[in-house]
Design a protein around this ligand. Structure first.
Ligand code: F6R
Length: 608
């Protein structure tokens, strides 16, 4: 959370920082700020509560100065309220600093350095800036090295020193930072989106090192006695700036919903060999799948919901336990995990702090780990034993859509490969499974053509403060994601229930006109789900039913029916995901809300 960027070079620094912050805004949008280094005035700070557009207006009114070096920040508040004072950058003596992360021992540092009287904000970040200023005796590497030894928690810092004009220093622990030296100057940022307009080549800032950016050079120093130079591993991006633009869509979320069929193909097709899933190009050996006696899937939010679907797909075929755990819970458990456990961690960003901590814990317990990650080179991808990259391209909208589908595609392929290797599927069955998975792609396209129909039916949902999503089996797993999508971008209280569980309490909340979005695509529980729908209908609910093309539905059962292409039951999640995402999207639009940047949220959750 929090987006950070630093630039030094020949171009207009203010413009680069503000444009970079606009691209990073999905990481947090409580406030934004920049610090510019100018020949006449030294370092000047501009910061404002609200979005980057506020900051842009403020800067345009308050400075015409030209700067070729500066740092910028867009904040997701952790310590201290959303105020101009708490916005970054923070000035302390000769130090100007921006921070992404949490300094856990800021209180102890405040006491140790008697900072109480000096602090002008309530942030942990200002404490780091003030301690750094105390440590600074003219040698940035020495001061930063000493600071890093004192800090507990997570940080990505960019720092300018008054007496080092044109230079930016950066270092990190846990929180992400990438950097590049380009023909247009040197850049460092919390996310690739800020670098892509200038370069395809970049490196991940290594933990325990200090990066110094000068206009035409980027040097990395180890924290040893002599600050010896370090050569990073260079990486290249395989998507271009178009992928991070709206390209004619009114919102990133709608664009990303529409990108799903393509993202599915990009994730699945390169991994098919002779009709079977094949992960040899990913370097994933078959013994990883053959030898395990159980699977743990660990993730947060939407990514965790893909695990719920995977469990329902894998367990009946593999006949081994598949456990799905929320990462923030797993990390503080004493989990039943051993060297015969395959731990699959799922993360779009590859930076979610709880998922990362859970991965590390699983490794301590001796588990073999496989991550499903979208962002290349991210921490989770680098630290897991094996990584299966999804090829969704950048996901900018805070609400995850295309990442959900491709994570599922990856999990379905793993399920298929495992079933084949473990003798649970014959070659024919495995080939059939994969063909069915590919059939889900045109089914998603068909669903997208129903966007206008779905737009027309949300009117009822947005008039209600509550909504319920119900289904059985796999349909319940899909419902969890439908409810999360609706609540996070429309602020309607939405809950998902296993349809049979409703009458054990929750049905008390069903009254006249309460929207119930019911999914009934699983044949073996179809009639049971239909009975549950009748129960809510009898209590006056407004029922929107998602059912397969061709399934026979009594007209009195639902107020609206959304028809899903007739796929094998195991694959209906793909078109249903599209339908549920469109419901949430149009509900948010109908309420005139900020679809791409819903309140209180941020795209990449790098704090606990
Ligand atoms: C919801 C959403 C979140 C993320 C969760 C995990 O739309 O996007 O629930 O799925 O924060 O993020 P990653 O996948 O980056 O680990």
């Amino acid at each position: 959370m929090c987006g950070i960027i630093g630039y030094t070079g020949p171009l207009d620094g203010k413009k680069i920082l503000l444009e970079g912050l606009s691209g990073l805004e999905y990481r947090g949008y409580d406030s934004a700020g920049i610090a510019l280094c100018t020949i006449d005035s030294g370092i000047e700070v501009f910061k404002k509560v609200g979005k980057v557009s506020n900051l842009r207006d403020y800067c345009n009114q308050h400075t015409a100065a030209v700067s070729h070096c500066g740092i910028g920040h867009t904040r997701w508040a952790t310590h201290g309220g959303v105020t101009d004072e708490n916005a970054h950058p923070h000035r302390a003596g000769r130090v100007t600093l921006i921070h992404n992360g949490i300094i856990e021992n800021y209180h102890q540092l405040t006491e140790r350095y008697h900072l109480e009287e000096e602090l002008v904000s309530q942030t942990d970040s200002e404490v780091a800036a003030r301690v750094l200023d105390r440590l600074y005796q003219g040698d940035p590497l020495a001061a930063l090295g000493e600071l890093s030894g004192m800090l507990e928690g997570s940080y990505g810092f960019c720092v300018m020193f008054d007496d080092q004009p044109g230079n930016i220093y950066a270092m990190r622990s846990v929180s992400p930072l990438v950097a590049a030296c380009t023909r247009s100057g040197s850049l460092v940022a919390s996310d690739l989106t800020a670098l892509i307009p200038y370069t395809r080549e970049y490196f991940v800032v290594p933990e325990g090192k200090i990066v110094k950016l000068t206009p035409y050079k980027v040097n990395i120093y180890s924290l040893d006695e002599n600050f010896s130079k370090y050569t990073p591993e260079m990486m290249s991006v395989n998507w271009n700036m178009d992928a991070a633009m709206k390209n004619g869509y009114p919102h990133f979320m709608l664009k990303e919903i529409h990108e799903q069929p393509e993202a599915m193909k990009n994730t699945i097709l390169p991994r098919i060999n002779k009709g079977l899933p094949d992960f040899s190009d990913d370097g994933i050996p078959d013994d990883l799948f053959a030898d395990c006696s159980q699977i743990h899937v660990i993730a947060c939010g939407t990514a965790m919901h893909t695990g719920m679907v995977a469990q329902a797909i894998m367990e009946p075929v593999l006949r081994i336990p598949v456990t799905v755990t929320i990462a923030s819970e797993f990390r503080y458990q004493d989990p039943l995990v051993d060297d015969k456990t395959l731990v699959i961690v799922i993360s779009q960003s590859g930076e979610t702090i709880d998922t990362l901590a859970a991965l590390r814990l699983a490794q301590e317990y001796g588990a073999r780990t496989l991550s499903i990650v979208n962002v290349k080179g991210s921490t989770i991808a680098r630290e897991s034993d094996y990584v299966l990259y999804t090829h969704a391209g950048p996901e900018i909208a805070v609400a995850s859509t295309k990442a959900y589908s491709v994570q599922l595609a990856a999990l379905y392929m793993i399920a298929c490969r495992m079933a084949y290797i473990r003798g649970k599927y014959s070659r024919e069955e495995a080939v059939r499974f994969l063909t069915d998975l590919l059939d889900a792609v045109p089914a998603m396209e068909t669903m997208l053509t129903q966007a206008d129909f779905i737009k027309g039916i949300v009117t009822h949902i947005i008039q209600s403060p509550d909504a319920f999503f119900i289904g059985r089996g796999l349909d319940y797993a899909f419902s969890l994601e439908g409810a999360l999508k609706l609540k996070e971008i429309s602020y309607i209280h939405a809950e998902a229930y296993a349809a049979g569980e409703l009458k054990h309490g929750t049905i008390a909340l069903i009254s006249e006109k309460v929207p119930v979005i019911a999914t009934a695509t699983q044949q073996h529980v179809f009639s049971k789900t239909i009975s549950n729908i009748r129960e809510v209908k009898a209590r006056g609910a407004y029922v929107i039913l998602l059912a397969k093309e061709g399934s026979i539905i009594d007209s009195s059962l639902a107020d609206v029916i959304i028809r899903i292409p007739d796929l094998d039951d195991r694959f209906t999640v793909f078109p249903i995901a599209v339908a549920l995402q469109l419901i949430a999207y149009y509900a948010s639009i109908g309420k005139n809300l900020d679809v791409d940047q819903p309140r209180n949220l941020a795209k990449s959750v790098t704090v606990e």
